[in-house]
Design a protein around this ligand. Structure first.
Ligand code: SAM
Length: 299
């Protein structure tokens, strides 16, 4: 029987028992605050019918709490050293499956199909900060059945995820999140709630998957290529940034100007002033009038 790991004394005991050393490269900052764990659980609204996917269970602190609320928890952990520890700390729970793998290599659709009959799952995690954006994008772009994603991230990233046009935090990540989900900032979390302490402030954010995207486009990949292109050079005008964006090699300044005119937007407009609906309009205009297609790239 392992004590509650939200209590720092119990976490330190486990770390010492296994002589665990933290790996910076895996973004390991373990939670040691039950108040924060309570906030994550409240924001995630897990119930006993749910299957929860946890990314990076660490020593199982959040996992224990998720297991007592959910029907099943699938926890994906990359670090070899943590696998025997999780076996120990989760021995009281028969509804947890630990998968020893890199989350970016897991077939998420297969997990949802196998353990939740293809029904929408909830993702809950204290994310490794070095790969926050690739993980969030993989969850959404996989088009796996998803109810919500409730995650601890760097405060600065949470701000970018929930920013609107015109604000300094607004960018490609804000637009990607807006396309797929409704963001809700659930809590700010200071460094002393983790061991070791991160150098930055953190926040819990809940992204509730839209049932239908707020905008419909003919070519989703082109929409994202335009968004990335616009913010790669955010100081430039939209037309300048897009015509210098390599994956949009067939695009000319005249095409962008014509599309902007159709939206009654100035030729001098910058991406940071444009809404998701305007990017969607631009994307469909370029498809319909000039047959522009997307190139391969990642956020
Ligand atoms: N959930 C634990 C907690 O809250 O105390 C640990 C959170 S810690 C911030 C991030 C966890 O993600 C670590 O356990 C780390 O080993 C794991 N991790 C890092 N990269 C990963 C990856 N690519 N796939 C799966 N897990 C990963």
């Amino acid at each position: 029987m392992t004590g509650d790991l939200g209590n720092p004394k119990n976490t330190i005991e486990i770390l010492q028992k296994y002589q665990f050393t933290f790996s910076k490269r895996f973004g390991q900052n373990f939670l040691i605050d039950n108040h924060v764990i309570g906030k994550i659980l409240a924001a995630a609204e897990v119930n006993d019918k749910d299957m929860v996917l946890e990314i990076g269970p660490g020593i199982g602190t959040l996992t224990q709490h998720l297991a007592s609320k959910a029907r099943m928890v699938v926890a994906v952990e990359i670090d070899d050293k943590l696998i025997p520890i999780l076996k120990d700390t989760l021995s009281d729970y028969d509804n947890v499956l630990v998968i020893h793998e890199d989350i970016l290599k897991v077939d998420l659709n297969e997990v949802a199909e196998k353990y939740n009959d293809g029904k929408p799952i909830r993702v809950v995690a204290n994310l490794p900060y070095y790969i926050t954006t690739p993980i969030i994008m993989a969850l959404f772009e996989s088009h796996m059945p998803l109810e919500s994603v409730t995650v601890m991230v760097q405060k600065e990233v949470a701000d970018r995820m929930s920013a609107g046009p015109g604000s300094k935090d607004y960018g490609a990540l804000s637009l990607a999140v807006a396309y797929y989900a409704e963001p809700y900032l659930a809590a700010n979390v200071p460094p002393n709630c983790f061991i070791p302490r991160p150098n930055v402030g953190s926040a819990v954010i809940r992204l509730t998957r839209h049932k239908n995207p707020p905008v419909m486009v003919k070519d989703e990949a082109l929409l994202f290529t335009l968004i990335r292109g616009a913010f790669n050079m955010r100081r430039k005008t939209l037309s300048n940034a897009l015509t210098h964006h390599e994956p949009l090699s067939g695009l000319t300044r005249e095409m962008v100007t014509e599309a902007l005119r159709d939206m009654e937007l100035s030729e001098q407009v910058r991406g940071e002033a444009m809404t998701l609906a305007q990017f969607a309009h631009l994307s469909d205009y370029l498809t319909d009038h000039f047959g522009i297609r997307a190139g391969e790239e990642k956020l």
